[in-house]
Design a protein around this ligand. Structure first.
Ligand code: AMP
Length: 205
């Protein structure tokens, strides 16, 4: 089964993707994570992507789609993928439909005022990628693996406002694109509530 998680920044896509991966044995494919890996390694894709990511803009479709295609051609993706942060444009969705059967799209619905509140507190484990928020977790190391937590460069209010604008304009139209496969989960509550409703919906499919 292949699933897409659709939602604004800070709607909880990354956390839900990790929880679903643990529960169902999917592979999480996050284009944001793939770009950050490329940036760390200093690849051509990373150098180009950084210019867009730092401004809160989308990386061009051609680059993003090619990177995604390479990732999902790997054998670990055969047993099911949770797409986290892809697709973000209609062009990406059309291309994805050509190469993968998408069984369900989970839209994480969160009001933008909650998104803004979540933005400044997000911390991520530098080793295992576990996601925390300073509102509920005050330590600076990961509860799961003990590694230091970090804050993403693009987790600031200026970039966030651009990311929200881009989401409204470029990504929200995908709600209609996927109307036949869409289920909506309330992402404004705690991660466990979102996880439980997503599991319930997926088991009904
Ligand atoms: P994320 O980690 O999903 O919040 O993504 C971080 C940033 O990476 C986004 O703000 C975009 O600049 C870029 N990015 C991630 N996924 C995509 C995508 N599917 N299309 C274009 N840009 C993307």
């Amino acid at each position: 089964m292949n699933i897409i998680l659709l939602g604004a920044p800070f709607s909880g896509k990354g956390t839900l993707a990790k929880d679903l991966t643990r529960e169902f044995g999917f592979v999480q494919v996050s284009t944001g994570d793939l770009f950050r890996e490329n940036i760390k390694k200093g690849t051509d894709v990373g150098v180009l992507a950084k210019k867009y990511i730092d401004k809160g803009q989308l990386v061009p479709d051609s680059v993003t789609i090619e990177m995604l295609k390479q990732r999902i051609s790997k054998s670990d993706c055969k047993n099911g993928v949770v797409f986290d942060g892809f697709p973000r444009t209609t062009k990406q969705a059309e291309e994805l439909d050509k190469i993968a059967k998408i069984d369900a799209v989970i839209q994480l619905d969160v009001p933008f005022d909650i998104v803004r509140r979540r933005c400044l507190g997000r911390r991520i484990c530098s080793k295992c990628g576990e996601i925390y928020n300073t509102a509920t977790y005050s330590k600076t190391t990961c509860a799961k693996c003990g590694s230091p937590l970090f804050q993403r460069d693009d987790d600031n209010l200026e970039t966030l406002n651009n990311r929200l604008e881009v989401y409204e304009k470029m990504t929200a139209p995908l709600i209609n694109f996927y109307a036949d496969r869409l289920v909506v989960v309330d992402g404004s509550k705690d991660p466990d509530t979102a996880f439980k409703s997503a599991c319930k919906l997926l088991k009904e499919i």
